[in-house]
Design a protein around this ligand. Structure first.
Ligand code: AMP
Length: 182
């Protein structure tokens, strides 16, 4: 195989470390379980490196990680980039003053919130989450970043469910997905 640390061998090992769990959390959903990847320190580190490398020249000043598995990736990415970490959370989780964006789901709606001091006006933000599915959550996060006055430097996902077309909701921003499923 390819011995380069960021080579195709690493990518196939990443694919092999994602566990498909059918009918979780409900019938018809194939849940992409990233916990086997997190158990492998070398692979986890490679995923974080690949995200940091992608945005190296985009002058990222803040990472915004999306609740909850996005936190697991966003925190090490922020540390490695040497920038701060802000949390995009579901309704009612953040204790202080917050910006708020409501977005539509298949049934009902959901809310993404960000502390008012999470991003300084004009700051260049990298948005991180584990899975890009329909794109609703990430699109709402982009909106809340804009409410706070942030500029989007890019978005990174470990996994893109490309067949759901979520990318279309994310505008012209640079989007990285380490693994893509069609
Ligand atoms: P969406 O707003 O549809 O793009 O959904 C994205 C959010 O839901 C992400 O924060 C993911 O963690 C989670 N998610 C959606 N679909 C899946 C899936 N098939 N497996 C694991 N997580 C998912």
């Amino acid at each position: 195989g390819d011995s380069h640390p960021m080579g195709s061998d690493t990518v196939s090992r990443l694919y092999n470390a994602i566990r498909d769990v059918p009918d979780f959390p409900k019938a018809g959903i194939v849940f992409k379980d990233i916990t086997p990847l997190l158990l492998d320190a070398e692979l986890f580190g490679s995923a974080v490196d690949m995200i940091c490398d992608e945005h190296r020249d985009r002058r990222v000043e803040k990472v915004v990680a999306i609740e909850s598995r996005g936190f697991l990736l966003g925190a090490p990415v922020a540390l490695r980039l040497g920038v701060g970490l802000a949390l995009a959370r579901k309704e009612g989780k953040l204790p202080w003053r917050r910006h708020r964006v409501e977005y539509e789901l298949e049934y009902g709606s959901d809310v993404i919130e960000l502390h008012e001091d999470g991003i300084r006006p004009g700051e260049r933000v990298l948005v991180v989450d584990d899975v890009l599915a329909t794109g609703g959550t990430a699109a709402a996060t982009l909106e809340v970043v804009k409410l706070a006055g942030g500029e989007v430097a890019g978005l990174s996902f470990l996994i893109e469910l490309a067949f759901l077309g979520g990318r279309k909701k994310l505008g012209a921003n640079p989007i990285q997905a380490l693994l893509s499923y069609s």
